[in-house]
Write a protein that binds this ligand. Structure first.
Ligand code: G3I
Length: 465
């Protein structure tokens, strides 16, 4: 039988590809057993703590919703309950996003931290641009608190009643409220909130009050005097917007002194920002920082809630507020848990249970190769475990460079390659596999790298309680 040259070439290419693939050009590494790890909310509960996150209501679907529902036992609306959000025009209310978050929390057995009733920021224009007598201001504030707390009575169990009342030196911040009503606006707000929902826990929340210092001491003195006066105050919120490597050494001591005053303490807005780009050393330091904060809360019985200010780098206030800084949360922008996630879990006692059987593995193969180029394939296979998203990472050892990828989004920085699932192939069921491919260039040698799978959200962890 006569065979055409092109057919021979095609057969040779196929044979070559088969030999390369079969020729042990495979590397695989088991995914850490994330699939069966307890979610953070369960680990926290075992320590008597609540694990929370700030959320954006419109995002509570898909993977974002899966993680928010599975990992956290408390939600804080990042913006939805602020005065400017709920009453953009005087007397005309928009509760849609706040309601959505409350409904999601109820469906997932989560409590809601209401944030925030009295603040100098994110107030509606009609309020800040108006000119009000003290009596009018007082009535406006009382009505606002009564309306919002009343609406969510029995549904929002904790309120950040007053947010950020202090300057860095511990003096009162000049605000609409302080300037118009004097320092007692704080006592009034707490009293009105108590009247609107006697069962809700009432907090004062501030930033840069994590360690012992002038500002936290002002907060301490305020809480002490409120308690002495019989003003309702149940807790203090330490926001904890931290900078990489700068967890205050006096954090636990500070938490303890508030606890000793007879109030609860919550870490309300934890994030740890770093100069971008992130690298493994920074992520390791960030993990240490998250672990230190979590451990300080775990160490004090009255530290009742640890809340991160957004759980994914795709939903953080940091990047737009501090240009050049970011990567501040425990999950990356593709929802893969970062070392910070593992650090929180470990500080909550995770990782000490018997590892589950089963794993997901990634196998790398060169399926064809020519003088300067090659085609690679990575196959992710799960057995006894499952993934709902994935990220495959490796380091090229001989200057290879990816030029094109399919069925994944790949980025290469120097020799480091990171490929995340496409929108349609994040799920790898138990017993199933998913592959993606790429073309690359090589010169001199084309050694096969070891592929690690970034920890991904497991199907098991997505199940709501
Ligand atoms: O909703 C508008 C949108 O319509 C518009 O297109 C867009 C353009 O800028 O802005 C959107 O509003 C933004 C809003 O977040 C919702 O995303 C505001 O500009 C932005 O300033 C606002 O930032 C919020 C910030 O508070 C305001 O100070 C952050 O999301 C929120 O995470 C942050 O949260 C605060 C806490 O409440 C208190 N502690 C500090 C913390 C961080 O700043």
């Amino acid at each position: 039988m006569k065979t055409s040259r092109s057919a021979v070439r095609a057969r040779l290419a196929a044979l070559c590809a088969g030999l390369l693939a079969a020729g042990a050009l495979l590397a695989a590494q088991a995914l850490p057993a994330h699939a069966a790890d307890a979610p953070l909310r369960d680990l926290a509960a075992a320590k008597g703590k609540v694990m929370g996150t700030a959320v954006t209501g419109s995002k509570l679907t898909g993977t974002y919703g899966d993680i928010a529902g599975a990992q956290f036992s408390s939600l804080t609306p990042g913006n939805a309950m602020k005065w400017g959000s709920v009453e953009p025009t005087q007397g005309s209310f928009d509760w849609a996003e706040a309601d959505r978050i409350v409904a999601f929390a109820q469906a997932h057995g989560q409590l809601v931290r209401g944030h925030t009733l009295v603040w100098h920021s994110q107030n509606p224009g009609w309020l800040t641009n108006g000119s009000w007598t003290p009596a009018q201001l007082s009535t406006l504030l009382q009505n606002h608190i009564g309306t919002e707390v009343g609406r969510y009575k029995g549904k929002v169990s904790v309120w950040d009643v007053v947010n950020e009342p202090f300057n860095e030196d511990g003096t009162y911040r000049s605000t609409l409220w302080y300037d118009g009503l004097g320092a007692d606006y704080i006592a009034s707000a707490l009293t009105w909130a108590r009247a609107a929902d006697p069962a809700a826990k009432l907090y004062i929340n501030d930033y840069n009050v994590e360690g012992v210092g002038a500002k936290s001491t002002a907060l301490y003195n305020l809480v002490r005097s409120l308690k002495d006066r019989g003003v309702p105050i149940d807790g203090v919120g330490l926001q904890a917007h931290l900078i990489l490597g700068q967890v205050p050494g006096t954090l636990q001591q500070n938490i303890q002194r508030f606890a000793d005053l007879g109030v609860d303490v919550a870490i309300t807005e934890l994030d740890v920002r770093m100069a971008l780009p992130a690298d493994s050393a920074k992520l390791a330091q960030q993990a240490a920082d998250y672990k230190a904060v979590t451990a300080a809360c775990v160490a004090v019985a009255r530290c009742v809630n640890l809340t991160v200010w957004g759980f994914t780098d795709s939903d953080s206030w940091v990047d737009s507020t501090f240009p050049g800084y970011g990567a501040a949360t425990p999950y990356d922008a593709s929802y893969a848990p970062k070392p910070a996630y593992t650090a929180i879990a470990q500080a909550l006692g995770g990782g000490t249970t018997t590892p589950p059987t089963g794993a997901c593995t990634a196998a790398y193969a060169v399926t064809s190769q020519w003088n300067t180029g090659f085609t690679g394939q990575v196959t992710i296979t799960c057995s006894g475990a499952a993934l709902s998203s994935w990220r495959a990472n490796w380091t090229f050892g001989a200057g290879q460079q990816i030029t094109q990828a399919w069925n994944a989004t790949c980025t290469q920085s120097g020799s480091a390659v990171s490929c995340a699932n496409a929108s349609y192939n994040g799920t790898v069921p138990d017993g199933g596999s998913v592959g993606f491919g790429f073309n690359g260039t090589w010169s001199g040698a084309n050694p096969v790298p070891a592929v690690t799978l970034g920890q991904a959200v497991s199907a098991a962890a997505r199940t709501a309680p």
